[in-house]
Write a protein that binds this ligand. Sequence first.
Ligand code: MRU
Length: 348
Amino acid sequence: MKVGGKHYRTVWMEGHTVYFIEQNLLPFEFLIRMSAGYGQTCHAIRTMQVRGAGAIGAVAGFAMAQAFIEAEERRDHSIIEKAKSEIESTRPTARNLFYAVEKVYTAGCTSPAMALAEALGIADKDAEDCRKIGEYGNSLIKDGFRIETHCNAGWLAFVDYGSALSPVYKAHSEGKHIFVYADETRPRSQGARLTAWELHEEGVPHTIIPDNAGAWLMSQGKVDIMITGADRIAANGDTANKIGTFEKALAAKALGIPFYIAAPLSTFDLDCNTGKDIPIEERGPDEVLYAEGPDEKGVMRKIRLASPGSGALNPAFDVTPAGLISGIITEKGVIGATSDGVMGVMKG
Ligand code: MRU
């Protein structure tokens, strides 16, 4: 995707160095960071400098490849197992992370060069899968549609294109007149900060809405379709995504609004039979109690929003049951739901 007229991927690797767009500073500052070793790359995932299921997956694959390279350079193969568990403990919910680490680990058992090739291939495939998701998802978007989305499942959350926003970009590029409602997505505000910034860069008409406005807008006939991303999809179609997705799906179902998930097949985890098997990350209370942003001089400040003396609970994801999902847009087509809520029929 283009930033200031230049094409960027969210994460990439040159030689043994990982490069990524620093997401914690967006939309106030556009900065590319680099990481020379797997430890630093883990830090970037843990602190959400890189975030979003596909981007986390690609960068975790890069980290695993860096570990094989470091192990060979230092002639210390104990690094590999240590690195694998360190990378896997950075973020627990996004399936793409574990998918990429497993694949690169298996390739690296042949040689570090194979690990690197596998990691680069995973990143390329992520971009191509998301491009195809855009094509299939576009077929669901009619001229004039008003689309609601939650969190950021745009190109920043993947290597390129995005999942939920890829159909939006495709529809816009074809000249369809669309409008996007971006849920602000507290507590980290990925919608207000990242989705809104992406849509602005792409020239897509949009507005930010408070997280609690979705049901009201739907009830007023202002939302034609809702599309969100996914962090992990269980075998029965139950889907973990950013906290707040579940209640949007409940509202959409009650009000007869189509609710779609967009995700590559690398987000499916067939070892999870249902959503109950998906591990849900719980993050620290400060994300709820404080907000961060630049003051009038551009200096980043952290201010307390909540009553001093109170703590906060901060589950990062929730699970939307398959029965509330109209379909899952993948790189192979749209998986439709049957009336009993089980995903099954492939279209496309
Ligand atoms: O905690 P994050 O920002 O890494 O959350 C993941 C997500 O980006 C969302 O849940 C998204 O909707 C699905 S992943 C593209």
